[in-house]
Each structure stands twice: as structure tokens, then as C-alpha cells.
Design a protein around this ligand. Structure first.
Ligand code: FES
Length: 517
């Protein structure tokens, strides 16, 4: 890399994902009456839509509920790699879960790739599906190289196709890399728009802008309640595919998941991209793949992961990606930038299946650790099989009620200590910005009437003030400058500048405060 090759391009002022910007999706009304159905699915991302499609195809009456607009959550903001190479995972899983379960993890994800391949059929161009090799690479410290060496040994032990490489097709010097051939990339929203249409043709129903209450009645038929209007959905089975589970059911998911934010930009490269999907094992992470946009090739550059709500200057993360892209390929334009948050479980294995061991009619799928394209598809297969009372050989691996003392316990304690620290630290921190010094487009934590408050000055100069106490479990939200949102470090809830909920688990908006009082 030669920094002198870097070309500086303006980042778009507002975040928007390439996928969302290039897909016209149907819209649906809010649920405004009591209804009955076989299966109610909450959350219309890849997991919810694929589960809905599979169950409708099997003859079930299915209702899909979305708190916002379909496909506008994590699925709309992914880098959309369809691969079983999920970073460094196989060595870790071998040590923690043993050969059989780790092999099932790989095979389940491989099967998900084949499922997507089958749905796409011969329409590769329409869905942007492209066969690519996936690479993980180490560039810097010895510890990253030795992790990669452990990983290739795990591939060999499990019989996973992988090849050790001394160099990459990219102009990026590396100390080693693992190539997993025969993977894919696609346009996730074009693909899921198609599955949504198929679901509707099969008689499925979809409601948007419908937030579900966290209370669920389940002695007798299951009854879900809408937050607004208290409308009832009576069903035989319910599925939480809402990223953070909308219903906890004593599964204590808020203590068993943590949230990471990551960033992506789409750049028009000045030098030709050689193809391939890449991910660094070094920190900060870097991820690359190509995409077609208006007949031209773009490169999606991602990375810069950090725990949600724990990075003060989020815009800096975009600038770091821009610099990396400019140095590597040159960037003649950056038409899109976006970010997302991913949920990660205590042992890095997603939670897929009955929400607790004694509630076998309510299911959850969450904690995909950034690999939701394949794992979300696999989750749909597992849960639809469970509802249809068919055997599924992967179900046991992902069972949310599994318990392994090592390293879960350590992580469990660490995660909750971290949440507790955020809870307490947020309440007592002393340094706050001066409300009078905010410029248009800026937000900050301020003091208002002696209380911690969140202030945002919009482009017209109007001041918006909110109570920074997160309405989920009371942690203190922080300003996310890159997305212009209030983010909670504890479980990842996000709110608009005026307090409206952008992402759960919170259901209620932040309390608005009167700037004049
Ligand atoms: Fe749980 Fe804010 S306290 S998301």
C-alpha cells in the first residue's frame, strides 16, 4: 500500500445501504384488528422471511409482523457474503463443542448456501449471485498468524475445503491466508424481495409498523399483543426473528447476548478489483467484496467493529475505511455508507430453537455473529422443521438452552459486569458538552436542569432534548455521530434524535424533554 495513492472522496452526508437504496420493496399496513393464525413470526429480515416462506410452502397459515419496514434492519445493512467461512471459528468451536457439532455447524451453513443457490436458480444476475472464493488473512502481529495456522489445522481435521495461501489476489501484503473456494456473494434484498413475493402468493400475510408487546400469554393458545392498540394475535406457534428477541420468556437473553456495531462503505475503485471476498483476522477488521451498481463495479469495504455505544466518534470509523479503500484501490466516488449491529452469544454459537426448554411452541433465532445470510437461512430451516415436527440434525447444536461451563461462564460474568459497569458509569459520569455550543447536525450528552440529557440540534437549528435513560432496562444512551442516533451500550437499543425507537430491544421511545423548561 502506498499512502500517496490515496484519493480523498466525500463520504455521503447521510447513511444509506447500497441494498436498501437499490431495491423497491412492497409496503404493508399496520395490524389493526385481532387475528388468528397457525404461526406468527415477529421480525421480517432473512430469518423471518425465509421461515415464513418455508412454513407457508408446507401449508401453514403464517403471519409475519415487523416493527418497522421489512428488510430495513440488519439484513438490509449487511455485506451479504454467502459463505461458511465465518472468520476464525472452526478452531474455537472444535475446542469448545468437539468434532461432531463443529462439523454440523459447517455442514448446516453449507446447506444454507445450497438453499439460497436453489432459490436463485438460473437468475444469478437478477439476484447479484456470484461464485467467489472467500479468504481470511493475517497481516500484522505473530498472534494473528498463529491463529490462522490453528484455523487451517481445524479445516484439515474437519475435512473442510481450505487452502493455505502466501499471498492474496489483492495488492495487500499478508503473512498468510486461508482460501475457502466455492462461496458466493449476492444482493440480499433482491433475493428476499423474491421470497417475500413467493410467501404472499402462498397466502401469507405481512403487517409493518407493528411493535409487539414483550408480554406473551401461552397457557392454552399463544397470544401475542400489539403494543399500540392491544390487538391480539392468537396462534399455535410463535417465532422471534427480531434480532434481539422481542420476548424473553425467562430465557434471560439480555444477559446472554452482546452487541457490536460495524461499518461499510461502497466505493467506486480506480483500479480493477480482482474478485474474491476477504476478511482480515487482524484488528481493526477489514472486509472486502464487490457488487454491481448501475452496470458498474463497486467494492464494499467493511470493518471497524466495536461494542455498540462505546465509541465516541463513530464518523471516524467511516473515515478509516475510506482511507483504507483509497490506499488499496483508489476511490473515485463513495456513493453509499452504512452501519449495522450484530448480536453475539456467550459461546459464539447462535441461539436457534425453543426459547426455553419448557416452552416448545415459542422459538427464537438470534446471535448470528455477523453471519446471518447463511445462519439466518439455516435457522429458518431448523425452526420450520421443528414446527412441522420433522427431525433436523442441526437443531441440537444451536439449542438456546444448551449450557457449557467453559468459556460461557467466564464470558457471562464478563458481559454482565460490562453491562453493570455501563449502567453505573453512565449515571455518574461528570463531563458533559455545553448545549449552547452545538452546531446544526450535532448531538451530545448535556446537563439540563441538573440532569443528564441528550441534545441534538437539527439542520434548521431546532433543539431536540431527550432523557438519556434507555427505556429497555435503564442504561444511559450515548450519541452516535455517524448515524445521528442515540445508542445504548447495554443491549444495543437505538433511538432517533427525537427519541423514537430505531432498534429494540427497547419498545418505548426515550422521553422527550422541553428545552425551554
Ligand atoms: Fe438494554 Fe438499553 S438497557 S438496550
Amino acid at each position: 500500500m502506498n499512502p500517496s495513492h490515496a484519493s480523498h472522496q466525500e463520504l455521503p452526508q447521510f447513511p444509506e445501504s447500497l441494498w436498501v437504496a437499490t431495491t423497491e420493496l412492497p409496503t404493508f399496513s399496520r395490524l389493526a384488528e385481532d387475528i388468528e393464525t397457525d404461526v406468527a413470526i415477529v421480525g421480517a429480515g432473512i430469518t423471518g422471511i425465509t421461515t415464513a416462506y418455508l412454513l407457508a410452502k408446507a401449508g401453514k397459515d403464517v403471519v409475519l409482523i415487523e416493527a418497522g419496514q421489512i428488510l430495513n434492519g440488519t439484513t438490509g445493512h449487511t455485506t451479504a457474503k454467502v459463505t461458511a467461512q465465518h472468520g476464525l471459528i472452526y478452531h474455537e468451536f472444535l475446542n469448545h463443542f468437539g468434532d461432531e457439532k463443529t462439523r454440523l455447524y459447517y455442514e448446516g451453513n453449507r446447506e444454507a448456501i445450497e438453499f439460497i443457490r436453489d432459490i436463485v436458480g438460473g437468475d444469478e444476475e437478477k439476484f447479484g449471485l456470484k461464485l467467489e472464493d472467500a479468504y481470511i488473512y493475517a497481516q500484522t502481529e505473530d498472534k494473528y498468524l498463529s491463529k490462522l495456522e490453528d484455523e487451517i489445522k481445524a479445516y484439515e481435521k474437519l475435512g473442510i475445503p481450505g487452502e493455505w495461501q502466501e499471498s492474496l489476489p489483492l495488492p495487500l501484503p499478508v503473512r498468510g491466508a486461508i482460501k475457502m473456494p466455492g462461496q458466493y456473494q449476492f444482493h440480499p434484498l433482491q433475493y428476499l424481495k423474491h421470497l417475500t413475493e413467493q410467501f404472499l402468493k402462498l397466502g401469507g400475510r405481512i403487517y409493518e409498523n407493528t411493535t409487539m408487546d414483550e408480554k406473551v400469554e401461552n397457557d392454552g393458545p399463544i397470544t401475542l399483543l400489539t403494543k399500540r392498540g392491544g390487538h391480539r394475535i392468537t396462534c399455535n406457534h410463535a417465532v422471534s426473528a427480531s434480532h434481539f428477541p422481542f420476548y424473553d420468556g425467562k430465557g434471560l437473553f439480555f444477559t446472554r447476548l452482546h452487541v457490536e456495531r460495524s461499518y461499510a462503505i461502497a466505493v467506486k475503485p480506480e483500479t480493477a478489483y480482482p474478485g474474491g471476498m476477504f476478511l482480515s483476522v487482524d484488528q481493526p477488521t477489514r472486509s472486502l467484496r464487490s457488487a454491481t451498481y448501475n452496470g458498474e463495479e463497486l467494492v464494499i469495504v467493511g470493518g471497524e467493529n466495536h461494542p455498540t455505544g462505546r465509541s465516541i466518534c463513530t464518523h471516524q470509523h467511516y473515515e478509516n475505511l475510506e482511507l483504507f479503500a483509497g490506499n488499496l484501490l483508489g476511490a473515485s466516488a463513495i456513493p453509499y455508507r452504512w452501519s449495522t449491529q450484530d448480536l453475539i452469544t456467550l459461546d459464539n454459537m447462535p441461539y436457534i430453537g425453543p426459547i426455553t426448554s419448557n416452552q416448545d411452541r415459542i422459538f427464537v433465532a438470534t446471535g448470528f455473529r455477523k453471519w446471518g445470510m447463511t445462519t439466518g437461512t439455516l435457522a429458518a430451516k431448523i425452526i420450520s422443521d421443528q414446527i412441522l415436527e420433522k427431525d433436523n440434525r442441526y437443531a441440537d447444536v444451536f439449542n438456546p438452552s444448551r449450557f457449557k461451563a467453559d468459556p460461557s461462564i467466564k464470558t457471562f460474568v464478563a458481559q454482565n459486569a460490562m453491562v453493570a459497569k455501563d449502567f453505573v458509569a453512565g449515571k455518574f459520569e461528570m463531563s458533559h458538552a455545553d448545549i449552547t455550543e452545538l452546531k446544526p447536525g450535532e448531538g451530545a450528552v448535556v446537563r439540563h436542569n441538573g440532569q443528564r440529557a441528550g441534545a441534538y440540534k437539527d439542520e434548521q437549528g431546532n433543539l431536540h432534548l431527550v432523557d438519556t435513560t434507555c427505556t429497555h432496562l435503564g442504561c444511559e444512551v450515548e450519541w452516535n455521530e455517524g448515524e445521528r442516533s442515540w445508542d445504548c451500550p447495554c443491549h444495543g437499543s437505538r433511538f432517533r434524535h427525537n427519541g423514537e425507537v430505531l432498534e429494540g430491544p427497547a419498545i418505548e421511545p426515550l422521553k422527550q424533554l422541553d428545552p425551554e423548561s
